[in-house]
Design a protein around this ligand. Structure first.
Ligand code: KE4
Length: 428
């Protein structure tokens, strides 16, 4: 498969843009290849600058649940554009999308629009700190919540009960306030809560972890977090930037029946345009400026174009039967890939929640970051590149989630499974 033009454009990009990309994971660094420059997309396919076409399982990292270039989304954005892209003033479209989100997500009584998932989680944490008057937060290793300083933190070494920066530029004083627990381990949470009694503002968690690969919550994990938070006066934040409107119309909190105090959203609610959101109980959200003292703002928050794309997308996916059909497609492709691996004698550990799925290159079960990080990433890279040659575009990292959309066809699924059968034989 010819990638000459993409490689030329990548060299050109690296002269102007750090690492040649505007978001690191796009650089294909962990799979040791030059990234493809995408020219266009339609439905379940993307097309690169060298004229190659691919069945797309990245879907812009989640937003394109209805497929690329859905006519309803295009029409809505085009029509809105003719009235103006952004006014920096309230619009009826913001009321519409806010109420669609409130109607859909069990925990959300009020919601604030922002322009990215990072803004959503950063603001939700500030609001939790402002509401509780406490400074410390708990996150989980292997979970990613965007690149705000408080969240680029890893567990301190040894018995240290405070966080240390996970990136240069994050001050140690900030990192100390972020405590890190293990996903699916309530004991690790209870230990941190006991050591910091009365000092923790919130626990932020991906209710379905999607940033270490797809790792579902174990039975009782989310319920346990809910109980700990209720008993300790800690706010429970479900970061549903990825799982929101993905695993169910009401997100993971609808699927698992657990109601957090706040929820962060992004990706799908923007239909491919820049949107994030955070929402929750009215008594919490009313602490937010200008109704309360916790400051948060954004020039393009709730802008008409992004609202129009989000509204059009939610109108598509709220139709009866949408998620059942999507989950069935997800099951067929995930199980097909797992069978292809088994038949090739190559051990993978396959996970799926609805239309989010992952093939872990691991002989054993993956249920947290320590088990995920044991995966054979060099074997994954060989598989990724072989699948790319077969016209299948997966996320360029073992520690990401694959997404199927409503636009993926039976042929797409069959082609994907056949390609996997060939590629696992190659690497076995
Ligand atoms: P953004 O700031 O990238 O819009 O959202 C951050 C974020 C927050 N919370 C969760 C659960 C997320 O998955 C994300 C972003 N997800 C990654 C995909 N692993 C975005 C891809 C990228 O960084 O380019």
């Amino acid at each position: 498969m010819n990638h000459e033009r993409s490689s030329f454009l990548f060299q050109q990009a690296k002269a102007a843009i750090p690492g040649g990309v505007n978001s690191p994971v796009r650089a294909f660094k962990s799979v040791g290849a030059d990234p493809l420059f995408i020219k266009k997309a339609s439905g379940s396919h993307i097309y690169d600058e060298d004229g190659n076409s691919f069945v797309d399982y990245v879907g812009s990292w989640g937003p394109m649940i209805a497929g690329h270039c859905h006519p309803d989304v295009i029409k809505s954005v085009q029509e809105t554009m003719t009235s103006g892209a952004s006014f920096g003033a309230p619009t009826v479209l913001e009321n519409t999308l806010a109420n669609m989100v409130i109607d859909a997500v069990p925990s959300i009584e009020m919601v604030r629009m922002v322009s990215s998932g990072t803004e959503a989680t950063m603001s939700a944490i500030r609001l939790a700190r402002g509401y509780t008057g406490r400074d410390k937060i708990i996150k989980f290793s292997g979970c990613y919540h965007g690149h705000a300083d408080s969240l680029l933190v890893k567990a301190g070494s040894g018995a240290a009960t405070f966080g240390v920066p996970d990136s240069p530029g994050v001050p140690a004083e900030v990192a100390r306030l972020t405590l890190t627990a293990e996903y699916n381990s309530l004991d690790s949470v209870r230990k941190l809560v006991a050591e910091n009694s009365g000092g923790i503002a919130c626990i932020i968690v991906e209710p379905v972890a999607g940033n270490m690969g797809t790792v579902p919550p174990r039975e009782g994990f989310l319920e346990g977090l809910r109980e700990i938070c209720t008993n300790e006066g800690i706010l429970l934040i479900f970061d549903e930037v990825m799982s929101g409107f993905r695993v169910a119309y009401g997100g993971a909190q609808e699927l698992y029946g657990i109601t957090p105090d706040m929820t962060t959203l992004g990706k799908i609610i923007g239909g491919g345009l820049p949107v994030g959101a955070f929402g929750g109980r009215r008594d919490i959200m009313e602490k937010l400026s200008p109704s309360g003292g916790v400051y948060q703002a954004g020039t393009l928050s709730g802008n008409p174009l992004a609202m129009a794309a989000g509204i059009a997308t939610l109108n598509i996916i709220k139709q009866p039967g949408f998620y059942e059909a999507l989950a069935e497609k997800g099951q067929r492709v995930a199980e097909g890939i797992a069978k292809a691996a088994r038949d090739a004698g190559y051990p993978i550990y396959s996970t799926r929640v609805g239309s989010m799925f992952c093939a872990f290159f691991s002989k054993g079960e993956v249920y947290d970051w320590p088990t995920a990080s044991q995966c054979d990433t060099s074997a994954f890279s060989k598989y990724f590149l072989a699948m790319l040659d077969e016209g299948i575009y997966l996320a360029p990292s073992q520690f990401e989630t694959a997404f199927i959309s409503a636009a993926h066809s039976e042929d797409d699924i069959e082609k994907t499974i056949a390609a996997a059968a060939k590629c696992f034989k190659l690497i076995a």
